[in-house]
Design a protein around this ligand. Structure first.
Ligand code: NDP
Length: 400
């Protein structure tokens, strides 16, 4: 079918690349292009003997638009799948514009110096993508990603209007370390140490970090503490889903994680303000990242399951209705299949599916779109096929 260029070769990219190689009919050829080429080569060496997908590798600095443009022009992919970091979103979008190539990512742009997740920078590209006749699919991971597809599916099949959405992200996995993050530590800690927020009646309501706590009994995992966080898909879903009065995002955290985080925060290790150390400028959070376990090393030691999904409340045929859509994913099963734990797996699989939707022309419209703006049905079908089957509950326990 076509060619896909994958930028980045970290935890999420590794899973997406494994999945592309299982799906050679669509991904005839892929190029893995990242900052550290040896990681791309190692993955190629592992996967090439197992797949018909032709794998190429390249070194690229995705902060540099000219370098990206040259590489895209030489490889000529149908789509660029951005699995580097949110800081690279805009340079990669610029390169896609210059070469008229479709773009897919899993996280919205964030400037290095302010931990603020907003779509405004990427939405500003709408007209230019439309004029160029190319698609930018934003947020094709799990959350954002599958949570948007779930919302579009609920809207299409189960509701006339959705008034309340609670997104619940539960990781019941245990890696045995007192403190480690399941994906890029810098991104993860920036996310959880920021103020919380949710949208009510069209307005953002801000909370202190971890101020709102609830306990929920997750199927496949059991009872967990969860905390309200700001999360990027709240912004787009509040606009794209009809009838929304309130939308919130909760993530589970264990006590050990929170105690360590508080301590690191108290001593200044989670700060993104550069400091001088022995004549060199360093960012404390980046230094912390360097001493924490590499998320990629957690795979073999993590046991347990994740359960991520959305509880919808709204109206159907004039009657109140509740509906819960979720996926349960087992860390060890993921590790056996692709050598990664479930956090990377639940992001990498939808990333591959998003690229597939664009490459096959199943999703086709010029411009910049969030995932819930496309027909959810083919994506929902693909989730079942490619390792993230979903379950539904028509009488869920609600979150107060
Ligand atoms: P990793 O840190 O494991 O991987 C990032 C990769 O990008 C690394 O290979 C890194 O290279 C590469 N990279 C970083 N900067 C550059 C650059 N300037 N040029 C080229 N390559 C670069 O991160 P994850 O795999 O955990 O996360 C990837 C993305 O997925 C992030 O944007 C994250 O926010 C997002 N994500 C989304 C989720 C969702 O559900 N929507 C959930 C989890 C993550 P090197 O190997 O040299 O370090």
């Amino acid at each position: 079918m076509g060619k896909c260029m994958i930028i980045g070769c970290g935890g999420v990219a590794s899973v997406a690349i494994h999945k592309c190689c299982q799906n050679s009919e669509v991904f005839e050829s892929i190029m893995i292009a990242s900052r550290t080429k040896s990681k791309c080569d190692a993955l190629k060496e592992k996967l090439q003997p197992t797949t018909k997908t032709v794998i190429e590798t390249a070194k690229v600095n995705a902060d540099n638009v000219d370098e990206l443009v040259a590489l895209i022009n030489s490889y000529k992919p149908d789509v660029v799948l951005n699995l580097a970091l949110p800081y690279q979103d805009l340079t990669i979008m610029d390169a896609c514009l210059a070469t008229k190539t479709h773009y897919v990512d899993t996280a919205n742009y964030e400037p290095l110096d302010t931990a603020k997740f907003e779509y405004k920078w990427q939405w500003a590209y709408r007209e230019r993508f439309e004029k160029a006749g190319i698609t930018a699919l934003l947020g094709s991971g799990f959350d954002p990603g599958v949570t948007g597809v779930f919302s579009a599916y609920a809207m299409k099949h189960e509701f006339d209007e959705i008034n309340y959405i609670d997104i619940l992200d539960c990781n019941g996995g245990d890696h045995g370390y007192p403190f480690a993050t399941n994906f890029n530590p810098e991104i993860n800690i920036r996310e959880v140490s920021a103020k919380g927020s949710y949208i009510e009646d069209g307005k953002w309501v801000e909370t202190e970090p971890m101020e709102i706590k609830r306990v929920y009994n997750f199927k496949g995992v059991g009872e967990k503490d969860m905390y309200l966080l700001h999360h990027e898909e709240l912004e787009s879903l509040a606009l794209n889903i009809k009838g929304i009065k309130r939308i919130r995002f909760f993530m589970t955290f264990g006590q050990s994680y929170l105690t360590h985080l508080k301590c690191l925060e108290n001593v200044g290790m989670t700060s993104i303000e550069p400091i001088m150390y022995e004549g060199k400028e360093i960012v404390p959070l980046q230094f912390l990242k360097a001493v924490l376990p590499d998320p990629a090393s957690l795979g073999p030691r993590t046991v347990g399951k994740t359960n991520i999904g959305c509880i919808f409340r709204g109206k159907k045929d004039g009657k109140d209705k509740n509906y819960y859509l979720y996926n349960i994913c087992d860390h060890q099963e993921c590790y056996r299949e692709v050598g990664s734990q479930a956090i990377s797996y639940t992001t990498g699989v939808p990333a591959m599916i998003g690229a597939m939707m664009i490459m096959t022309g199943t999703w086709k419209k010029a411009g910049v779109y969030n995932i819930e703006e496309f027909d959810p049905d083919p994506f929902m079908e693909a989730l079942n096929k490619w390792g993230l089957p979903w379950e539904e509950d028509f009488d869920p326990t609600l979150v107060d």
